[in-house]
Design a protein around this ligand. Sequence first.
Ligand SMILES: [Fe+2]
Ligand SMILES: [Fe+2]
Length: 176
Amino acid sequence: MPADPFVAKLNEQIGHEFAAHQQYVAIAVYYDAETLPQLARFFYRQALEERDHAMMMVQYLIDADADVVIPGVAAPQPVFGDIVSPVALALDQEKRVTAQINALAAAAREAGDYTSEQFMQWFIKEQVEEVATMSDLLRVVERSKDDPMDIENFMAREFAEDGGEDATAPHPAGAE
Ligand SMILES: [Fe+2]
Ligand SMILES: [Fe+2]
């Protein structure tokens, strides 16, 4: 059984991941309504990744025979003043999640729960990538905010397809 303090924190994190999912859907819908389909597509895809993160954590707790309590989430920010602010919000969110993930690994280690600590390693690596991607994207949207078609062309070029399968990723509950 994973350590109790870790289980409590991981259940909280499931809520944070679902909240991130909702926020990215809200951002995707905003860009879709602004007729910026490449930005929309990127955030729809990010949203699905956040859902997967939540479901990977669910699967871990089920496998470990620990309690899973699917939490409610606070409403996402739905309205944005300009096309830069959603990406700035996304970067803040990824930085916050990075701190949460590191705290989860620390809680596992503190409890001597090395299995759970190891489970968190994939998420630590994933957060490095997500913060780097959002930082890059923020630079691009800031530079080209007066010419959104430049941003759309960049997105079409750089994010044409999703990253493909990551064989090292934990299994999301309910996935084929
Ligand atoms: Fe995530
Ligand atoms: Fe993320």
